[in-house]
Unconditional design. Structure first.
Length: 226
């Protein structure tokens, strides 16, 4: 299993992602976007950061790199793809997943720990958790407010494509536990196939014992599950 961690100008969670995946025994390598995907790629991670300085909209420019066409092609063949934070923004901007991540309700960059409720534990990315389980992950973004039209949001809900929702410590989902104003408190979703996923919180930042928290490992293990 070799996961390509795709690096764009301005990516900054690329090395952390490789380290977190390697710690789990998942072979991961950095791939510069201009070099294209390795032929034998078995997984793709789009890491966090500020690709192209978040100009235009976060993720909009990276989504137009030719490598994203390759990512769409391998995703359609069933290769697992995970976008985290800026990678989630790139995922939506390149139509791997629906909707968009827009400027936080606060209009500020927010860096804090949040609680997430596992909405669907029947996906490769959430199989390590129980449905309804509350986990604590960090967020660090200025444009994390998930937006989508009502019909498509209903379809995401109806088809169990929501992975995580922002919640309070007890697991209750409400506006007071919504750090960025995301619609329906959505923090992460799947693509049409659940082998593709994007999420704003950072599992790779809570995946190393040295950091003192390993709750994110379950998400990264999705590469081995998918
Ligand atoms: N940590 C990140 O990936 C940052 C995400 C993004 N560039 C934002 O601020 O919205």
């Amino acid at each position: 299993m070799t996961v390509a961690v795709v690096r764009f100008g301005g990516s900054n969670c690329d090395r952390d992602s490789v380290q977190a995946l390697s710690h789990l025994g998942i072979d991961a390598e950095l791939v510069w976007h201009e070099d294209g995907l390795p032929e034998d790629v078995e997984g793709v991670m789009l890491p966090g950061g500020f690709s192209y300085g978040d100009y235009l909209r976060a993720g909009a420019m990276a989504a137009r790199s030719p490598i994203m066409q390759e990512v769409r092609e391998v995703a359609a063949e069933g290769v697992p793809v995970l976008g985290v934070c800026n990678g989630a923004q790139i995922g939506c901007e390149s139509s791997l997943t629906p909707g968009a991540f827009t400027t936080n309700r606060s209009a500020r960059f927010q860096c804090e720990h949040v609680h997430l409720r596992v909405e669907n534990a029947d996906t490769p990315w959430t199989a390590a958790y129980d449905e309804g389980q509350v986990v604590e992950f960090p967020i660090a973004h200025g444009e994390g407010r998930f937006e989508i039209d009502d019909d498509r949001l209903e379809a995401l809900e109806a088809n169990d494509r929501i992975l995580f929702k922002y919640c309070d410590e007890s697991g209750a989902v409400h506006d007071g536990a919504n750090p960025n104003g995301s619609k329906h408190n959505v923090a992460g979703i799947t693509g049409e196939d659940d082998t593709v996923a994007v999420m704003m919180p950072h599992p790779e930042r809570v995946s190393l014992p040295d950091i003192g928290a390993v709750e994110g490992q379950g998400v990264l293990r999705g590469f081995a599950e998918a």
